[in-house]
Write a protein that binds this ligand. Structure first.
Ligand code: CMC
Length: 436
Protein backbone atom coordinates (compact mmCIF):
# COMPACT_ATOMS: atom_id res chain seq x y z
CA UNK A 1 0.00 0.00 0.00
CA UNK A 2 1.45 3.36 -1.01
CA UNK A 3 0.75 6.18 1.44
CA UNK A 4 -0.74 9.27 -0.20
CA UNK A 5 0.42 12.86 0.48
CA UNK A 6 -3.22 13.73 1.02
CA UNK A 7 -4.75 13.24 4.45
CA UNK A 8 -8.42 13.11 5.38
CA UNK A 9 -9.47 15.19 8.36
CA UNK A 10 -12.40 14.08 10.42
CA UNK A 11 -13.97 16.83 12.49
CA UNK A 12 -16.96 16.78 14.84
CA UNK A 13 -19.59 19.45 15.35
CA UNK A 14 -19.57 18.96 19.14
CA UNK A 15 -16.10 20.37 19.57
CA UNK A 16 -14.37 16.97 20.03
CA UNK A 17 -10.80 17.11 18.65
CA UNK A 18 -10.51 16.44 14.91
CA UNK A 19 -8.39 13.61 13.62
CA UNK A 20 -6.14 13.20 10.58
CA UNK A 21 -6.60 9.90 8.79
CA UNK A 22 -3.95 8.56 6.40
CA UNK A 23 -4.90 7.73 2.81
CA UNK A 24 -3.43 4.90 0.73
CA UNK A 25 -3.25 4.60 -3.01
CA UNK A 26 -3.80 1.37 -4.86
CA UNK A 27 -2.20 0.68 -8.25
CA UNK A 28 -5.59 1.55 -9.81
CA UNK A 29 -9.01 2.30 -8.34
CA UNK A 30 -10.19 4.50 -5.50
CA UNK A 31 -7.86 5.52 -2.63
CA UNK A 32 -8.76 4.22 0.82
CA UNK A 33 -8.94 6.10 4.12
CA UNK A 34 -7.21 4.18 6.89
CA UNK A 35 -9.56 4.20 9.88
CA UNK A 36 -7.76 1.57 11.95
CA UNK A 37 -6.87 4.04 14.71
CA UNK A 38 -10.29 5.74 14.67
CA UNK A 39 -11.81 3.87 17.60
CA UNK A 40 -8.66 4.11 19.71
CA UNK A 41 -8.48 7.88 19.20
CA UNK A 42 -12.15 8.90 19.08
CA UNK A 43 -14.06 6.03 20.72
CA UNK A 44 -16.25 5.87 17.63
CA UNK A 45 -16.85 3.15 15.04
CA UNK A 46 -17.73 3.60 11.37
CA UNK A 47 -21.12 2.34 10.20
CA UNK A 48 -21.33 0.64 6.79
CA UNK A 49 -23.88 -2.19 6.55
CA UNK A 50 -23.41 -4.14 3.35
CA UNK A 51 -19.87 -2.71 3.06
CA UNK A 52 -20.91 -0.07 0.52
CA UNK A 53 -17.82 2.07 1.25
CA UNK A 54 -15.49 -0.34 3.00
CA UNK A 55 -12.33 -1.98 1.65
CA UNK A 56 -11.92 -4.99 3.93
CA UNK A 57 -8.39 -5.82 2.77
CA UNK A 58 -5.70 -5.00 0.24
CA UNK A 59 -5.35 -7.49 -2.56
CA UNK A 60 -3.26 -8.12 -5.69
CA UNK A 61 -5.60 -10.65 -7.28
CA UNK A 62 -8.62 -9.16 -9.03
CA UNK A 63 -9.60 -5.63 -10.01
CA UNK A 64 -13.05 -4.50 -11.10
CA UNK A 65 -13.93 -1.09 -12.49
CA UNK A 66 -17.70 -1.19 -12.24
CA UNK A 67 -18.28 2.04 -14.15
CA UNK A 68 -16.14 0.99 -17.09
CA UNK A 69 -17.30 -2.63 -16.96
CA UNK A 70 -13.71 -3.85 -16.59
CA UNK A 71 -12.48 -7.03 -14.90
CA UNK A 72 -8.79 -7.89 -14.51
CA UNK A 73 -7.26 -11.04 -13.01
CA UNK A 74 -3.73 -10.14 -11.84
CA UNK A 75 -3.82 -7.27 -14.36
CA UNK A 76 -4.96 -9.30 -17.36
CA UNK A 77 -8.31 -8.31 -18.93
CA UNK A 78 -10.91 -11.06 -18.63
CA UNK A 79 -11.57 -10.86 -22.39
CA UNK A 80 -7.94 -11.80 -23.19
CA UNK A 81 -7.91 -14.62 -20.65
CA UNK A 82 -11.22 -16.03 -21.89
CA UNK A 83 -10.01 -16.00 -25.48
CA UNK A 84 -6.38 -17.08 -25.08
CA UNK A 85 -6.10 -19.22 -21.97
CA UNK A 86 -7.69 -22.28 -20.46
CA UNK A 87 -9.03 -22.65 -16.94
CA UNK A 88 -5.95 -24.29 -15.46
CA UNK A 89 -3.74 -21.49 -16.80
CA UNK A 90 -6.17 -19.07 -15.14
CA UNK A 91 -5.94 -21.04 -11.88
CA UNK A 92 -2.13 -20.81 -12.02
CA UNK A 93 -2.42 -17.07 -12.60
CA UNK A 94 -4.79 -16.53 -9.69
CA UNK A 95 -2.87 -18.76 -7.28
CA UNK A 96 0.71 -17.84 -8.09
CA UNK A 97 0.45 -14.37 -9.66
CA UNK A 98 1.36 -15.07 -13.27
CA UNK A 99 0.39 -17.13 -16.27
CA UNK A 100 2.42 -20.32 -16.55
CA UNK A 101 4.97 -20.91 -19.30
CA UNK A 102 4.75 -24.28 -21.05
CA UNK A 103 6.84 -26.17 -18.50
CA UNK A 104 4.96 -24.61 -15.57
CA UNK A 105 1.64 -25.44 -17.22
CA UNK A 106 2.67 -29.05 -17.69
CA UNK A 107 3.80 -29.30 -14.09
CA UNK A 108 0.69 -27.58 -12.70
CA UNK A 109 -1.64 -29.73 -14.82
CA UNK A 110 0.15 -32.87 -13.61
CA UNK A 111 -0.16 -31.74 -9.97
CA UNK A 112 -3.88 -31.06 -10.31
CA UNK A 113 -4.49 -34.32 -12.23
CA UNK A 114 -2.71 -36.22 -9.51
CA UNK A 115 -5.40 -35.19 -7.02
CA UNK A 116 -8.64 -35.62 -8.99
CA UNK A 117 -9.85 -38.72 -7.14
CA UNK A 118 -11.54 -38.40 -3.79
CA UNK A 119 -11.23 -40.79 -0.88
CA UNK A 120 -13.49 -43.77 -1.58
CA UNK A 121 -15.22 -43.15 1.78
CA UNK A 122 -16.77 -40.00 0.32
CA UNK A 123 -19.24 -42.25 -1.53
CA UNK A 124 -20.60 -43.50 1.77
CA UNK A 125 -20.80 -39.99 3.11
CA UNK A 126 -22.89 -39.08 0.05
CA UNK A 127 -25.22 -41.97 0.69
CA UNK A 128 -26.50 -40.24 3.80
CA UNK A 129 -28.22 -37.64 1.64
CA UNK A 130 -31.70 -37.91 0.18
CA UNK A 131 -31.58 -38.49 -3.56
CA UNK A 132 -33.58 -35.32 -4.11
CA UNK A 133 -31.27 -33.17 -1.97
CA UNK A 134 -30.26 -29.87 -3.51
CA UNK A 135 -26.71 -30.21 -4.95
CA UNK A 136 -25.58 -27.15 -2.98
CA UNK A 137 -26.71 -28.81 0.25
CA UNK A 138 -24.62 -31.82 -0.75
CA UNK A 139 -21.66 -29.65 -1.78
CA UNK A 140 -21.64 -27.71 1.48
CA UNK A 141 -21.40 -31.02 3.32
CA UNK A 142 -18.89 -32.69 0.99
CA UNK A 143 -16.45 -29.79 0.86
CA UNK A 144 -16.47 -29.40 4.65
CA UNK A 145 -16.00 -33.16 4.96
CA UNK A 146 -12.76 -33.02 2.95
CA UNK A 147 -11.03 -31.78 6.09
CA UNK A 148 -11.82 -35.13 7.67
CA UNK A 149 -9.98 -36.95 4.87
CA UNK A 150 -6.94 -34.77 4.19
CA UNK A 151 -5.42 -34.06 7.60
CA UNK A 152 -2.00 -33.54 6.06
CA UNK A 153 -3.11 -30.27 4.45
CA UNK A 154 -5.20 -28.64 7.15
CA UNK A 155 -2.62 -26.42 8.86
CA UNK A 156 -3.43 -23.01 7.47
CA UNK A 157 -0.20 -21.55 8.89
CA UNK A 158 1.96 -23.96 6.90
CA UNK A 159 2.57 -22.72 3.31
CA UNK A 160 3.13 -26.29 2.05
CA UNK A 161 -0.21 -27.39 3.54
CA UNK A 162 -1.91 -24.36 2.02
CA UNK A 163 -0.51 -25.16 -1.42
CA UNK A 164 -1.52 -28.84 -1.30
CA UNK A 165 -4.98 -27.90 0.00
CA UNK A 166 -5.34 -25.45 -2.92
CA UNK A 167 -4.40 -28.10 -5.48
CA UNK A 168 -6.65 -30.68 -3.83
CA UNK A 169 -9.63 -28.36 -3.77
CA UNK A 170 -9.23 -27.33 -7.43
CA UNK A 171 -8.70 -30.97 -8.46
CA UNK A 172 -11.52 -32.51 -6.42
CA UNK A 173 -14.33 -30.01 -6.93
CA UNK A 174 -15.27 -31.34 -10.41
CA UNK A 175 -15.28 -34.89 -9.02
CA UNK A 176 -17.52 -33.87 -6.11
CA UNK A 177 -19.94 -31.87 -8.28
CA UNK A 178 -20.23 -34.78 -10.73
CA UNK A 179 -20.73 -37.21 -7.84
CA UNK A 180 -23.47 -35.01 -6.39
CA UNK A 181 -25.16 -35.05 -9.81
CA UNK A 182 -24.80 -38.78 -10.38
CA UNK A 183 -26.13 -39.44 -6.88
CA UNK A 184 -29.30 -37.46 -7.52
CA UNK A 185 -29.74 -39.39 -10.79
CA UNK A 186 -29.19 -42.76 -9.18
CA UNK A 187 -26.36 -43.42 -11.64
CA UNK A 188 -22.91 -44.89 -10.86
CA UNK A 189 -20.12 -42.42 -10.26
CA UNK A 190 -17.60 -42.02 -13.09
CA UNK A 191 -13.96 -41.85 -12.01
CA UNK A 192 -11.85 -38.98 -13.33
CA UNK A 193 -9.83 -39.56 -16.52
CA UNK A 194 -6.61 -37.67 -16.07
CA UNK A 195 -5.59 -37.74 -19.72
CA UNK A 196 -8.48 -35.37 -20.46
CA UNK A 197 -8.38 -31.62 -19.97
CA UNK A 198 -9.87 -30.25 -16.75
CA UNK A 199 -13.16 -29.31 -18.41
CA UNK A 200 -13.38 -32.36 -20.67
CA UNK A 201 -12.82 -34.55 -17.61
CA UNK A 202 -15.66 -32.80 -15.80
CA UNK A 203 -18.00 -33.37 -18.77
CA UNK A 204 -16.95 -37.03 -18.86
CA UNK A 205 -17.67 -37.50 -15.14
CA UNK A 206 -21.04 -35.78 -15.60
CA UNK A 207 -22.32 -37.38 -18.77
CA UNK A 208 -20.53 -40.70 -19.35
CA UNK A 209 -21.82 -43.92 -17.86
CA UNK A 210 -20.16 -47.32 -17.55
CA UNK A 211 -22.13 -48.65 -20.54
CA UNK A 212 -21.37 -45.83 -22.97
CA UNK A 213 -18.42 -43.56 -23.65
CA UNK A 214 -19.20 -39.89 -23.70
CA UNK A 215 -18.34 -38.24 -27.01
CA UNK A 216 -16.76 -34.89 -26.28
CA UNK A 217 -18.08 -31.91 -28.21
CA UNK A 218 -15.28 -29.32 -28.40
CA UNK A 219 -17.68 -26.37 -28.48
CA UNK A 220 -19.33 -27.53 -25.28
CA UNK A 221 -16.04 -28.31 -23.55
CA UNK A 222 -14.74 -24.87 -24.48
CA UNK A 223 -18.01 -23.31 -23.22
CA UNK A 224 -17.64 -25.12 -19.90
CA UNK A 225 -14.04 -23.97 -19.65
CA UNK A 226 -15.15 -20.41 -20.31
CA UNK A 227 -17.81 -20.63 -17.61
CA UNK A 228 -15.04 -21.70 -15.23
CA UNK A 229 -12.71 -18.86 -16.29
CA UNK A 230 -15.40 -16.19 -16.02
CA UNK A 231 -16.45 -17.31 -12.54
CA UNK A 232 -12.95 -17.95 -11.18
CA UNK A 233 -12.67 -14.83 -9.03
CA UNK A 234 -14.47 -11.56 -8.44
CA UNK A 235 -12.60 -9.72 -5.68
CA UNK A 236 -14.27 -9.25 -2.29
CA UNK A 237 -17.81 -10.51 -3.10
CA UNK A 238 -20.00 -12.05 -0.41
CA UNK A 239 -18.67 -15.62 -0.63
CA UNK A 240 -15.01 -14.56 -0.90
CA UNK A 241 -15.43 -12.26 2.09
CA UNK A 242 -17.05 -15.19 3.88
CA UNK A 243 -14.06 -17.40 3.10
CA UNK A 244 -11.66 -14.72 4.33
CA UNK A 245 -13.64 -14.11 7.51
CA UNK A 246 -14.02 -17.82 8.19
CA UNK A 247 -10.33 -18.46 7.44
CA UNK A 248 -9.26 -15.55 9.65
CA UNK A 249 -10.09 -17.63 12.71
CA UNK A 250 -7.33 -20.05 11.66
CA UNK A 251 -9.72 -22.79 10.59
CA UNK A 252 -8.57 -25.21 7.90
CA UNK A 253 -8.92 -24.36 4.18
CA UNK A 254 -11.60 -26.99 3.50
CA UNK A 255 -13.82 -25.59 6.25
CA UNK A 256 -13.29 -22.03 4.99
CA UNK A 257 -14.17 -23.00 1.41
CA UNK A 258 -17.27 -24.87 2.63
CA UNK A 259 -18.38 -21.57 4.20
CA UNK A 260 -17.89 -19.92 0.80
CA UNK A 261 -20.02 -22.61 -0.87
CA UNK A 262 -22.81 -21.98 1.65
CA UNK A 263 -22.73 -18.24 1.04
CA UNK A 264 -22.66 -18.63 -2.74
CA UNK A 265 -25.91 -20.60 -2.64
CA UNK A 266 -28.05 -17.51 -2.03
CA UNK A 267 -30.11 -16.15 -4.96
CA UNK A 268 -28.55 -12.68 -4.69
CA UNK A 269 -25.16 -14.27 -5.37
CA UNK A 270 -24.33 -17.56 -7.12
CA UNK A 271 -27.87 -18.85 -6.83
CA UNK A 272 -28.92 -16.19 -9.34
CA UNK A 273 -28.20 -18.43 -12.36
CA UNK A 274 -30.64 -21.05 -11.09
CA UNK A 275 -33.13 -18.35 -10.06
CA UNK A 276 -32.79 -16.75 -13.51
CA UNK A 277 -33.64 -19.97 -15.33
CA UNK A 278 -36.56 -20.59 -12.97
CA UNK A 279 -37.76 -17.05 -13.65
CA UNK A 280 -37.62 -17.66 -17.41
CA UNK A 281 -39.57 -20.88 -16.86
CA UNK A 282 -42.20 -18.99 -14.86
CA UNK A 283 -42.61 -16.33 -17.57
CA UNK A 284 -42.87 -19.11 -20.13
CA UNK A 285 -45.67 -20.68 -18.08
CA UNK A 286 -47.40 -17.29 -17.82
CA UNK A 287 -47.54 -17.18 -21.65
CA UNK A 288 -43.98 -16.41 -22.82
CA UNK A 289 -42.84 -13.32 -24.74
CA UNK A 290 -46.32 -11.75 -24.70
CA UNK A 291 -46.26 -11.70 -20.91
CA UNK A 292 -42.89 -9.96 -20.50
CA UNK A 293 -44.64 -6.58 -20.04
CA UNK A 294 -46.75 -7.98 -17.22
CA UNK A 295 -43.69 -9.52 -15.58
CA UNK A 296 -41.66 -6.30 -15.85
CA UNK A 297 -44.58 -4.48 -14.22
CA UNK A 298 -44.30 -6.81 -11.22
CA UNK A 299 -40.54 -6.25 -11.06
CA UNK A 300 -41.05 -2.47 -10.99
CA UNK A 301 -43.81 -2.63 -8.38
CA UNK A 302 -42.34 -1.37 -5.09
CA UNK A 303 -44.73 -3.62 -3.16
CA UNK A 304 -43.59 -6.81 -4.84
CA UNK A 305 -40.42 -8.75 -4.09
CA UNK A 306 -40.03 -9.92 -7.71
CA UNK A 307 -36.64 -9.09 -9.21
CA UNK A 308 -35.33 -9.47 -12.69
CA UNK A 309 -32.83 -12.20 -11.89
CA UNK A 310 -29.57 -12.02 -13.81
CA UNK A 311 -29.78 -8.23 -13.86
CA UNK A 312 -27.96 -5.76 -11.65
CA UNK A 313 -24.75 -5.92 -9.71
CA UNK A 314 -23.35 -4.21 -6.64
CA UNK A 315 -20.17 -3.18 -8.46
CA UNK A 316 -20.98 -3.11 -12.19
CA UNK A 317 -22.93 -0.03 -13.14
CA UNK A 318 -22.25 -0.84 -16.77
CA UNK A 319 -22.46 -4.06 -18.80
CA UNK A 320 -20.82 -6.92 -16.85
CA UNK A 321 -17.82 -7.85 -19.09
CA UNK A 322 -18.39 -11.50 -18.20
CA UNK A 323 -21.94 -11.20 -19.54
CA UNK A 324 -20.61 -10.03 -22.94
CA UNK A 325 -18.37 -13.10 -23.15
CA UNK A 326 -21.08 -15.44 -21.87
CA UNK A 327 -23.53 -14.02 -24.40
CA UNK A 328 -21.03 -14.85 -27.16
CA UNK A 329 -20.62 -18.39 -25.80
CA UNK A 330 -24.38 -18.72 -25.54
CA UNK A 331 -24.77 -18.04 -29.27
CA UNK A 332 -21.93 -20.48 -30.10
CA UNK A 333 -23.37 -23.28 -27.99
CA UNK A 334 -26.94 -22.87 -29.18
CA UNK A 335 -25.64 -22.69 -32.77
CA UNK A 336 -23.57 -25.87 -32.33
CA UNK A 337 -26.57 -27.69 -30.88
CA UNK A 338 -29.08 -26.26 -33.37
CA UNK A 339 -31.04 -24.65 -30.54
CA UNK A 340 -31.23 -21.05 -31.84
CA UNK A 341 -35.00 -21.30 -31.80
CA UNK A 342 -35.13 -22.61 -28.26
CA UNK A 343 -38.16 -20.83 -26.73
CA UNK A 344 -36.40 -20.06 -23.44
CA UNK A 345 -33.46 -18.49 -25.27
CA UNK A 346 -35.81 -16.40 -27.41
CA UNK A 347 -37.62 -15.32 -24.29
CA UNK A 348 -34.32 -14.35 -22.63
CA UNK A 349 -33.32 -12.28 -25.65
CA UNK A 350 -36.69 -10.49 -25.71
CA UNK A 351 -36.49 -9.84 -21.96
CA UNK A 352 -32.96 -8.48 -22.28
CA UNK A 353 -34.00 -6.12 -25.10
CA UNK A 354 -36.98 -4.74 -23.20
CA UNK A 355 -35.06 -4.34 -19.93
CA UNK A 356 -32.18 -2.55 -21.65
CA UNK A 357 -34.60 0.03 -23.04
CA UNK A 358 -36.80 0.44 -19.98
CA UNK A 359 -36.20 3.59 -17.93
CA UNK A 360 -36.51 1.70 -14.60
CA UNK A 361 -33.44 -0.41 -15.45
CA UNK A 362 -31.58 2.27 -17.43
CA UNK A 363 -31.86 4.90 -14.65
CA UNK A 364 -30.66 2.40 -12.03
CA UNK A 365 -27.84 1.18 -14.29
CA UNK A 366 -29.12 -2.38 -14.15
CA UNK A 367 -27.49 -4.43 -16.90
CA UNK A 368 -27.45 -8.18 -17.48
CA UNK A 369 -24.84 -9.93 -15.35
CA UNK A 370 -22.98 -13.15 -16.14
CA UNK A 371 -25.74 -15.28 -14.66
CA UNK A 372 -28.30 -14.08 -17.15
CA UNK A 373 -26.54 -16.10 -19.87
CA UNK A 374 -24.62 -18.79 -17.99
CA UNK A 375 -27.83 -20.59 -17.04
CA UNK A 376 -28.97 -20.75 -20.66
CA UNK A 377 -25.59 -22.14 -21.73
CA UNK A 378 -25.55 -24.72 -18.95
CA UNK A 379 -29.08 -25.82 -19.68
CA UNK A 380 -28.17 -26.27 -23.37
CA UNK A 381 -25.14 -28.35 -22.37
CA UNK A 382 -27.50 -30.63 -20.44
CA UNK A 383 -26.74 -29.53 -16.92
CA UNK A 384 -29.82 -29.65 -14.71
CA UNK A 385 -30.86 -26.27 -13.29
CA UNK A 386 -30.28 -27.12 -9.58
CA UNK A 387 -26.64 -27.93 -10.40
CA UNK A 388 -25.82 -24.48 -11.83
CA UNK A 389 -24.68 -22.97 -8.55
CA UNK A 390 -22.53 -26.00 -7.77
CA UNK A 391 -20.71 -25.38 -11.05
CA UNK A 392 -20.23 -21.76 -10.04
CA UNK A 393 -18.77 -23.04 -6.74
CA UNK A 394 -16.43 -25.37 -8.63
CA UNK A 395 -15.14 -22.44 -10.70
CA UNK A 396 -14.92 -19.98 -7.79
CA UNK A 397 -12.92 -22.39 -5.62
CA UNK A 398 -9.62 -21.21 -7.08
CA UNK A 399 -10.52 -17.58 -6.35
CA UNK A 400 -11.55 -18.41 -2.79
CA UNK A 401 -8.33 -20.33 -2.19
CA UNK A 402 -6.13 -17.64 -3.76
CA UNK A 403 -7.79 -14.97 -1.62
CA UNK A 404 -7.57 -17.09 1.52
CA UNK A 405 -3.87 -17.79 0.95
CA UNK A 406 -3.22 -14.13 0.21
CA UNK A 407 -4.84 -13.19 3.52
CA UNK A 408 -2.94 -15.78 5.56
CA UNK A 409 0.34 -14.76 3.91
CA UNK A 410 -0.25 -11.09 4.84
CA UNK A 411 1.76 -10.25 7.98
CA UNK A 412 -0.90 -7.68 8.95
CA UNK A 413 -3.78 -10.14 8.92
CA UNK A 414 -5.95 -10.42 12.02
CA UNK A 415 -9.09 -12.34 12.87
CA UNK A 416 -12.03 -10.50 11.27
CA UNK A 417 -14.22 -8.99 13.96
CA UNK A 418 -16.65 -6.23 12.90
CA UNK A 419 -18.31 -4.08 15.57
CA UNK A 420 -21.87 -2.81 15.71
CA UNK A 421 -24.14 0.08 16.60
CA UNK A 422 -26.17 -1.37 19.46
CA UNK A 423 -29.77 -0.15 19.45
CA UNK A 424 -31.30 -2.77 21.79
CA UNK A 425 -32.49 -2.55 25.37
CA UNK A 426 -30.14 -0.97 27.90
CA UNK A 427 -29.15 -3.06 30.94
CA UNK A 428 -32.20 -4.20 32.91
CA UNK A 429 -32.95 -6.73 35.64
CA UNK A 430 -34.56 -10.15 35.14
CA UNK A 431 -37.90 -10.26 37.00
CA UNK A 432 -39.27 -13.46 38.54
CA UNK A 433 -41.38 -15.28 35.91
CA UNK A 434 -44.69 -14.41 37.65
CA UNK A 435 -43.94 -10.65 37.42
CA UNK A 436 -42.98 -10.49 33.70
N1 CMC B 1 -34.48 -6.32 -10.58
C1 CMC B 1 -35.20 -5.23 -10.23
N2 CMC B 1 -34.72 -4.18 -9.53
C2 CMC B 1 -33.44 -4.26 -9.15
C3 CMC B 1 -32.62 -5.36 -9.46
C4 CMC B 1 -33.18 -6.41 -10.21
N3 CMC B 1 -32.45 -7.49 -10.53
N4 CMC B 1 -31.40 -5.16 -8.93
C5 CMC B 1 -31.44 -3.97 -8.31
N5 CMC B 1 -32.68 -3.43 -8.44
C6 CMC B 1 -33.13 -2.11 -7.97
C7 CMC B 1 -33.34 -2.10 -6.46
O1 CMC B 1 -34.68 -2.44 -6.14
C8 CMC B 1 -33.02 -0.66 -6.12
O2 CMC B 1 -34.10 0.13 -6.54
P1 CMC B 1 -34.51 1.46 -5.71
O3 CMC B 1 -33.32 2.38 -5.82
O4 CMC B 1 -35.73 1.98 -6.37
O5 CMC B 1 -34.76 1.01 -4.30
C9 CMC B 1 -31.85 -0.34 -7.06
O6 CMC B 1 -32.04 -1.20 -8.21
C10 CMC B 1 -30.49 -0.56 -6.46
O7 CMC B 1 -30.41 -1.92 -6.05
P2 CMC B 1 -29.74 -2.45 -4.72
O8 CMC B 1 -30.56 -3.59 -4.21
O9 CMC B 1 -29.46 -1.31 -3.80
O10 CMC B 1 -28.37 -2.98 -5.27
P3 CMC B 1 -27.38 -3.95 -4.54
O11 CMC B 1 -26.03 -3.55 -4.95
O12 CMC B 1 -27.66 -4.03 -3.07
O13 CMC B 1 -27.79 -5.40 -5.15
C11 CMC B 1 -27.79 -7.34 -6.48
C12 CMC B 1 -27.07 -6.03 -6.14
C13 CMC B 1 -26.91 -8.16 -7.40
C14 CMC B 1 -28.00 -8.15 -5.18
C15 CMC B 1 -29.14 -7.01 -7.13
O14 CMC B 1 -28.94 -6.26 -8.31
C16 CMC B 1 -29.95 -8.26 -7.43
O15 CMC B 1 -30.61 -8.80 -6.52
N6 CMC B 1 -29.92 -8.78 -8.71
C17 CMC B 1 -30.61 -9.98 -9.05
C18 CMC B 1 -29.82 -11.17 -8.56
C19 CMC B 1 -28.61 -11.44 -9.43
O16 CMC B 1 -28.72 -11.49 -10.65
N7 CMC B 1 -27.44 -11.66 -8.77
C20 CMC B 1 -26.24 -12.06 -9.44
C21 CMC B 1 -25.13 -11.09 -9.33
S1 CMC B 1 -23.79 -11.52 -10.45
C22 CMC B 1 -23.18 -12.99 -9.89
C23 CMC B 1 -22.40 -12.87 -8.65
O17 CMC B 1 -21.39 -12.14 -8.64
O18 CMC B 1 -22.78 -13.50 -7.66
Amino acid sequence: MTPSDVKATLSFSDGSPSMDLPLYKGSIGPDVIDIRKLYGQTGKFTYDPGFLSTASCNSTITYIDGDKGELLYRGYPIEQLAKNCDFLETCHLLLYGDLPDEAQKKDFTARVSNHTMVNEQMQFFLRGFRRDAHPMAIMTGLVGALSAFYHDSTDINNPVHRDIAAIRLIAKMPTLVAMAYKYTQGQPYMYPKNKLSYSANFMQMMFANPCEDYEQNDVLVRAMDRIFILHADHEQNASTSTVRLCGSSGTNPFAAIAAGVACLWGPSHGGANEACLNMLGDIQKMGGVEKIGEFIKQVKDKNSTVKLMGFGHRVYKNYDPRATLMRETCHEVLGALGLQNDPLFKLAMALEKIALEDDYFVSRKLYPNVDFYSGIVQRAIGIPVPLFTAIFALARTVGWVAQLNEMIGDPEYKIGRPRQLYVGAVARDVKPIGDR
